[in-house]
Design a protein around this ligand. Structure first.
Ligand code: FE2
Ligand code: FE2
Length: 404
């Protein structure tokens, strides 16, 4: 049985099913493991982990005095939170259709990828970042998001371990702009937050490949090296001409947490800006929905569910609410089950209602067979989403079934 407990109640002999938090904040790359020695328990504190899921079928159970939350209780709580957030959302109609914008977005992302590769390799050779090149790129991303935000954000989800750093930079730029729009930022600020997203991880050029691409668990020393990428990136941007203050701030502080337990400066309260708080959310969402050399990705709906579960202490509450409204409570790429018993993948958010997106129906759970794929606008259908499904459990390749 799965139980969520506070780290202070963890004991040697318990089986950790999952750590509640982003896998970038600690070196525990393994999803599940048994705690065999006291130093394992101490490490959980050292990396500021607040809660964990334990599996009582595979390890020690809690005593009756310890508080815990069951899997079903947590699922219910997160679903309620997301439904409340969705109720206040007001999605606007995109200016062009998803299919039309996908054609543009694919070109923009392909060009952007080449530009980011050359920008980062120039920086690796010791040259300053060319800010006009970054600004031009972000302007194109900004325009694509303005025409139809779902298109570019779908294209950047398709990345692999080898192009991860570049695609992640473009993805965080797009997410920052889309979130900035939801927060009502003006166009000049949207460009600045887009540039900040593009350059937030530039400090990774100084991290040795054997650490950056390690498939196993990082040692404490390697993790300490990894944590130097924000200040190192800041130093590089600080000597490059024309870098805005927002990019410097987001580069330095995108791994901070609102509870002051992030890095590198343990900022919280007024010292942690709106932009750094935006960066933290966009960065985690894109990272955990991307396949890395050491970890398979979570599909978007699952990632959002987990972020909602750990948001306390990690993320700014109001900005997280805006983020959920930006990507939807069933973000594009999520596997859902419909009342009719059919399975579908979410394709696009529909104006006005985050609970009824456009989906592509492709499987029947009654006959357990594939159906001819069919686009279905749930805002105009009597069929409805009854729950999110685990894509890994079903073994579907949703990237193939989805928009692309
Ligand atoms: Fe980072
Ligand atoms: Fe990042």
């Amino acid at each position: 049985m799965l139980k969520k407990i506070n780290v202070k109640d963890v004991q040697v002999g318990m089986y950790i099913h999952e750590i509640c938090g982003s896998w970038m904040d600690n070196p525990f790359w393994q999803k599940s493991f048994k705690l065999t020695k006291a130093t394992d328990v101490e490490s959980l504190f050292e990396y500021h982990i607040k809660e964990v899921w334990i599996d009582t079928g595979k390890g020690l159970d809690i005593t009756s005095k310890v508080n815990s939350v069951s899997f079903e209780e947590e699922k219910h709580h997160v679903n309620n939170t997301l439904q409340k957030i969705a109720a206040g959302a007001n999605k606007l109609k995109p200016r062009v259709t998803l299919q039309e914008e996908l054609v543009q977005a694919k070109k923009i992302v392909a060009n952007a990828k080449q530009s980011v590769i050359s920008m980062f390799s120039e920086a690796r050779m010791g040259n300053a970042i060319k800010m006009d090149q970054a600004a031009d790129l972000v302007e194109e991303i900004n325009q694509s998001i303005a025409r139809n935000p779902g298109a570019l954000l779908s294209v950047v989800r398709l990345k692999n371990a080898s192009n991860y750093t570049y695609m992640h930079s473009i993805a965080v730029s797009g997410l920052m702009i889309a979130l900035g729009k939801e927060l009502g930022l003006d166009n000049a600020l949207l460009t600045e937050v887009g540039i900040a997203g593009l350059l937030h991880d530039v400090g990774k050029i100084y991290i040795p490949d054997q650490i950056l691409n390690k498939t196993g668990q990082l040692t404490a020393e390697e993790f300490a090296v990894m944590k130097t990428h924000p200040p190192k990136g800041w130093e590089l941007l600080n000597i490059s001409n024309g870098v805005n203050g927002i990019a410097l701030d987001v580069c330095q502080h995108h791994h901070e947490r609102v509870d002051g337990k992030g890095y590198p400066n343990q900022l919280s309260g007024d010292t942690l800006t709106t932009f750094a708080r935006m960066g933290a959310i966009c960065d985690v969402y894109d990272a955990i929905t991307s396949t890395r050399c050491y970890k398979a990705s979570w599909e978007p709906g699952e990632a959002l569910h987990k972020m909602t579960e750990w948001r306390d202490g990690h993320f700014d509450e109001n900005i997280f609410t805006a983020f959920v409204r930006t990507i939807g409570i069933y973000p594009s790429g999520t596997l859902v089950k419909l009342k009719s018993g059919r399975l579908a993948v979410v394709i696009e958010q529909i104006e006005g209602n985050l609970l009824k997106p456009m989906v592509k129906v492709f499987y029947s759970t009654h006959s357990m067979t594939y159906l001819l794929p069919e686009l279905l606008d749930l805002s105009r259908s009597s069929d409805t989403i009854i729950n999110r499904e685990d894509a890994q459990h079903w073994g579907f390749n949703l990237e193939k079934i989805g928009v692309n």
